[in-house]
Design a protein around this ligand. Structure first.
Ligand code: 13P
Length: 313
């Protein structure tokens, strides 16, 4: 505990020294969320990044999130505690493979727009017409003119769900999130039996066999809003990354939160998010590295991001 307190004090002092704003996703460990100036889902953090006035942004999340923050606020130095904090969804869709697939669709006469989940590389965003998060996907999909088919990449579960709620036909890329893919339906059903009055929250990155048992389907920001609408204590069964429960607990302590187990784990955490630790948060400020460096593809990706996330219809 004493060591952690020292590290926290060092982080606070480095933050002042550098003029840094710490942004943290709800999937970061509670101790990191607690230290952050701003916590949020992917959409909120991307929008907040544009408003940061301090010279340095420290992004506690995964690589595509820090990259997005850099693209939306290019004059800032953007640091990521661990450069290896990646994303299975982003990895499932390399830009060259997407480019070849788009060419093949065009050659076969398809007239389509590419709608890309924010969990993707800048090079993939640069090949896209739109970038969406779980928080704005429905709204953006309704903006795609009906004469176009939609190629949705890379999350096939989110794409299937969005296709269902918007009624739009979609060509789906075959990617999935390693965290949301492995929730155990059997364990969820067992928990529901134990707590018949409980409410199940599921992220739309989950497969259909989990979503069909959910009382509420939405991204992390939407979950907060939903849980906040209950005044009396409720048992919530949570089918998303387990650190989300820290944020819910800290806001709405009257409720009880139960992680829906994964097939191979009792408490489902993202190994990429977990690479960011307090020590690495301190060290990245100390060394001003690892830093997100501007890449040629950022110019085009930035345009797609701005049109999609910063310009409501
Ligand atoms: P939201 O932040 O939009 O809820 O999505 C979670 C996620 O996939 C983070 O990688």
């Amino acid at each position: 505990v004493a060591i952690a307190e020292d590290v926290v004090a060092e982080i606070q002092s480095l933050k002042k020294q550098l003029g840094a704003t710490i942004l943290a996703h709800y999937y970061q460990e509670g101790e990191i969320q607690e230290l952050a100036d701003i916590t949020g889902d992917s959409l909120k953090l991307a929008r907040e990044a544009t408003k940061v006035e301090s010279p340095v942004i420290v992004f506690c999340g995964v690589h595509f999130m820090a990259e997005t923050a850099k693209m939306l606020n290019p004059s800032k130095k953007v640091l990521l505690p661990d450069m290896k904090a990646g994303c299975s969804l982003s990895d499932s869709c390399p830009a060259d493979k997407l480019h070849r697939y788009q060419e093949m669709l065009r050659e076969n006469g398809h007239k389509f727009q590419t709608v890309t989940y924010i969990n993707s590389s800048a090079a993939v965003k640069a090949l896209s017409d739109w970038v969406v998060t779980s928080g704005n996907a429905e709204e953006i999909i309704r903006r795609v003119p009906s004469e176009y088919e939609i190629l949705f990449v890379p999350d096939r579960h989110l794409g299937r769900y969005l296709s269902e709620v918007t009624g739009r036909q979609m060509i789906l890329w075959n990617g999935s999130c390693m965290v949301h893919e492995i929730f155990s339906v059997q364990d969820l059903l067992k928990l529901k039996k134990q707590m018949p009055a409980g409410k199940t929250l599921a992220h739309p990155e989950c497969p259909a066999n989990i979503l069909e048992h959910a009382d509420f389907i939405g991204g992390t920001e939407a979950m907060i809003k939903y849980v906040g609408s209950f005044k009396e204590p409720v048992d919530f069964l949570v089918a998303t990354e387990a650190n989300m429960m820290w944020q819910l607990q800290s806001r709405f302590a009257q409720h009880r939160y139960h992680p829906v187990p994964g097939i191979t784990c009792a408490c489902n955490k993202c190994p990429h998010m977990a690479l960011n630790t307090l020590e690495k948060l301190r060290d990245c400020m100390l060394h001003q590295s690892p830093e997100i460096i501007w890449q040629p593809e950022f110019d085009q990706a930035r345009k797609v991001l701005e049109k999609s996330l910063l310009n409501p219809a």
